[in-house]
Design a binder for this molecule. Structure first.
Ligand SMILES: Cc1ncc(COP(=O)(O)O)c(C=O)c1O
Length: 293
């Protein structure tokens, strides 16, 4: 796992949807003039776990917000909780099972936390830093059900989503699993998913760019979030361009696709190479069929 870098603000406004849902490449048609309803707030705002936590911290004494965080963790979360004078609630990853996240341990930490504060947020780092564990799809579902039952806001740090190397491991985003689970979970569980350009195979730490995508957040709260992050500085244009390339990489048929795929294959491990090769083959096959049928 790469060495943790400084947890300072990333303030790029993301110009396209998250990689979990690739955007259609055509420009959307302008909405009809008769449509009077205001557009829904953009769910994508700059990378800022601190801003999300700020929205969730309130109360005093036994009603002060508590945040469940993994141990071991990347210290951004404990630092942000301390800065906001919230209550840090530790849940321990299971070293004997490759640092797996165990929902029974979450229940223990929650029950303990409820004796001294009001737990409102659950932070998950997947893939993990510094542990490197990758949560199974089943585990993610269990965590989502737990958050639903216990009315916890889920903060999913997914900045290492392109750094999965172990045989048989695959990254599943919380948003994808949440939507695949369907109602009531997909309509209720509040989720913030974080990504950064400083990891992955790009590893562009110096550009200081990233984003958070929120799901199921009350639109009025989302407006406040947009205000909160708008008062922070944004990275220079190159950082914003790199982020756009991360969330919307070249597609088959684009002028830079071949160069992109070649570069990617020289960096990523064989399993990924194989996948990319298959993608290439299937796009070649699709072109072939189109041309000769
Ligand atoms: C788990 C995790 N989340 C967030 C970050 C923040 O990433 P950055 O500030 O480099 O974009 C890091 C950095 O190492 C990290 O390890």
């Amino acid at each position: 796992m790469p060495t943790p870098s400084h947890p300072h603000a990333h303030t790029t406004l993301v110009p396209s949807p998250s990689p979990h849902q690739p955007r259609p490449r055509a420009t959307p048609a302008p909405s009809s003039p008769s449509a009077s309803a205001p557009p829904p707030p953009d769910p994508r705002v700059p990378f800022s776990p601190q801003s999300i936590l700020k929205l969730l911290v309130s109360g005093s004494g036994g009603s002060r917000t508590g945040g469940l965080i993994p141990i071991p963790q990347y210290p951004l979360y404990s630092a942000a909780i301390a800065e906001l004078s919230a209550v840090q609630l530790n849940y321990y990853l299971d070293e004997e099972r490759c640092w797996a996240l165990d929902v029974a341990e979450l229940r223990r930490a929650l029950a303990e936390g409820r004796q001294r504060c009001c737990p409102r947020v659950l932070c998950v780092i997947n893939p993990g830093n510094p542990t490197g564990q990758v949560q199974s799809r089943q585990c993610i579902e269990d965590v989502i059900k737990f958050a639903f039952e216990e009315k916890l806001f889920l903060m999913a740090d997914e900045v290492y989503q392109d750094n999965v190397y172990a045989e048989g491991s695959a990254f599943h985003s919380f948003k994808k699993v949440l939507f695949e689970m369907g109602p009531p979970y997909s309509e209720v569980v509040e989720l913030a998913s974080f990504h950064s350009i400083s990891k992955g195979f790009m590893g562009e730490c110096g550009f200081r760019s990233g984003y958070v995508e929120v799901v199921n957040m009350d639109p009025e709260v989302q407006q406040q979030l947009a205000k909160l992050v708008s008062v922070r500085l944004c990275p220079p244009v190159p950082g914003q361009i790199v982020l756009d390339a991360v969330v919307d990489p070249p597609q088959p048929g684009d002028p830079s696709y071949e160069l992109f795929i070649t570069g990617r294959m020289t960096i990523l491990p064989p399993t990924e190479k194989l996948q990319v090769l298959l993608e290439k083959l299937s796009s070649f096959y699709a072109k072939f069929v189109k041309e000769y049928s």
